[in-house]
Write a protein that binds this ligand. Structure first.
Ligand SMILES: *Cc1c(COP(=O)(O)O)cnc(C)c1O
Length: 231
């Protein structure tokens, strides 16, 4: 596809890639060590196709129904599920998602593990931690994180990739990401294989990279603004 929209996305993508490179380099990190997950939620499947044509291999979605439909049409990407996950959606998600960033409670570990086994795949899992304990936004309390990470590590069809976090709204980015980095260190001490840190969105990904993010989940910087009620 070479149309106006593709050109727009190409230009946004190169801006984002440059910003990732700059943040990584100035933190003394290798830019290739940072995985860009392009978040396509609310945008048409053609935008997902355009991103893939532009060389993006990792795509993220936060609702099962939308994700499932897009993944069926764009099979040459690796799909990441990044949103709140209901237990009864685990079977569906396990059919198309190679990575789930939002595992935040024990019953979900069991459900996703069983679903992955049935789907004949091993799913990479990030445990999502809540910094402020707000139950509305997802994430396990930090006190319960060790037990959750142990369960993921022990699950036969899941692989523990690391920690995922979203700073609370209005939080100071530096303070929040310093906190996230400390929690990530603690998980790594317990599970050396959990080397990933999924953190950083359009508003704050350079800060997240400075504090060790290995996976940044970026939507609006690549595709434009979403309607607020769908964000
Ligand atoms: C929507 C979403 C993103 C991307 O947000 P942008 O601000 O558009 O980059 C990242 N992570 C999660 C969990 C999301 O729901």
């Amino acid at each position: 596809m070479t149309d106006k929209r593709t050109e727009e996305i190409a230009s946004r993508l190169s801006t984002v890639r440059r910003a990732i490179e700059k943040a990584a380099t100035s933190a003394g990190r290798i830019p290739d060590g940072i995985c860009l997950v392009a978040v396509t939620k609310t945008f048409p499947v053609d935008d997902a196709r355009r991103l893939v044509a532009l060389g993006v291999t990792e795509l993220g979605e936060s609702r099962d129904r939308e994700a499932r439909a897009k993944a069926a049409e764009v099979a040459d990407a690796r799909w990441h599920f990044i949103g709140r996950l209901q237990r009864n959606k685990a079977a569906s998600v396990a059919r198309y998602a190679e990575v789930v960033h939002s595992v935040d409670r024990m019953p979900l570990v069991a459900a996703l593990d069983a679903a992955a086994a049935r789907a004949g795949r091993v799913i990479e899992v990030f445990c999502q931690v809540s910094l402020d304990g707000d139950p509305g936004r997802g994430g396990v309390d930090r006190e319960a994180l060790p037990e959750l990470s142990d369960a993921v590590a022990a699950a036969g069809s899941l692989r523990l990739s690391g920690l995922m976090a979203v700073p609370p709204p209005g939080a100071d980015a530096d303070a929040a990401y310093a906190d996230i980095a400390r929690i990530a260190d603690r998980i790594r001490a317990r599970h050396p294989e959990a080397s990933g840190l999924s953190a950083g969105m359009t508003a704050d990904f350079p800060t997240a990279i400075r504090y060790g993010a290995t996976h940044v989940r970026i939507g609006s910087a690549l595709l434009g603004r979403r309607p607020a009620h769908l964000g």
